[in-house]
Design a protein around this ligand. Structure first.
Ligand code: 13P
Ligand code: SF4
Length: 309
């Protein structure tokens, strides 16, 4: 009989009283074995609410850290502890602290794509699905320090007509989408709706009719009657888009070098079914956080949860 890893993972979930949360950028087989699939805000919220003893977060490590911060009595596992994010790597604690200290009176608004240490020196956390609501809740006379993703910040700043001080981080995947090639693609497919994640550069975002979080982009594909979409975000989300709309054509927004697969997030794609099975069998790798750090980081995450609830 052929080896059935899906059945094995389902059995382990029951035996270990575990739940799997997966991000839309994971491979389709991982999304299909998960109990909940969503954007980074949804995963944090579900991670806070689920009742099972063990939570396996199939995504990147900052997502699992957020769950551990919000729900510390659970065992939180990841398939691969090396699954980081260029935004986390580009915002080391010491440098971020020095930047933050230059503006002691400012409100530090920090993207969830950051380390627990950076969260611990932030005032409020945002994700791309709640950033607008959270920034709008901050009085207009307060200066805002926005990081680590400058592109998300610049998009928000333009949208809200508000100036920020930026950290100069970027998503190594979304910055590769190329505006010149996108214009050529739009000319070839004038009937396509262009949708983009706000981590893209403004040169790309200017051609998108819908800009939003992964869940917002999925919603657009689900509800917009158009038959063709040019999608400027990571390819993993095509799985849910195609499930919800098998009738539409999805075209990946182009990068400069058409031969590379660089619109796949290398961190999200470190995860696979074998690693998930192994993590459930061995309870490793487990996300552990120093309690003092967790409590400090929880303040800014709790604010996000309070404002968006
Ligand atoms: P979402 O919150 O929109 O899912 O984005 C997470 C992310 O890492 C995008 O690159
Ligand atoms: Fe980080 Fe970009 Fe990967 Fe999202 S797609 S996890 S922002 S590197």
């Amino acid at each position: 009989m052929a080896y059935d890893i899906v059945a094995d993972i389902q059995r382990l979930k029951k035996e270990k009283n575990a739940v799997i949360l997966a991000h839309y950028y994971e491979d389709g087989d991982i999304q299909d074995v998960a109990d909940y699939v969503g954007d980074s805000f949804y995963l944090a919220k579900m991670g806070q609410q689920v009742q099972q003893d063990t939570i396996l977060l199939a995504g990147v490590v900052f997502m699992a850290e957020s769950v551990k911060i919000l729900n510390p009595t659970k065992t939180v596992l990841v398939p691969d502890m090396e699954a980081s994010c260029s935004l986390v790597k580009g915002a080391p604690y010491d440098k971020y602290l020095a930047w933050r200290q230059q503006y002691p009176d400012a409100v530090a608004v920090t993207y969830i794509n950051s380390s627990a240490e950076v969260k611990s020196i932030s005032d409020v956390i945002i994700t791309s699905s709640n950033a607008q609501q959270i920034v709008e809740s901050i009085p207009k006379d307060r200066k805002i320090l926005f990081g680590p993703d400058q592109h998300l910040g610049r998009w928000l700043s333009k949208k809200l007509g508000r100036d920020f001080e930026y950290w100069n981080g970027a998503c190594e995947v979304h910055v590769l989408f190329n505006a010149k090639r996108l214009v050529e693609l739009i000319a070839q497919h004038p009937d396509a709706v262009v949708i983009a994640h706000p981590e893209c550069d403004d040169s790309v975002l200017q051609y998108a009719s819908v800009i939003g979080s992964t869940s917002r982009l999925l919603e657009e594909v689900e509800k917009n009657p158009a038959k063709k979409f040019i999608v400027a975000t990571e390819t993993g989300i095509f799985h849910q888009m195609q499930k919800k709309r098998p009738d539409v054509e999805l075209i990946q927004a182009p990068v400069l070098d058409s031969g590379c697969s660089c619109n796949n997030c290398p961190y999200m794609k470190m995860n696979n079914m074998e690693k998930i099975k192994w993590a459930l069998e061995t309870y490793k790798p487990e996300v552990k956080l120093d309690e003092a750090l967790r409590l400090k980081a929880k303040v800014s995450l709790d604010r996000m949860m309070d404002i968006t609830s």
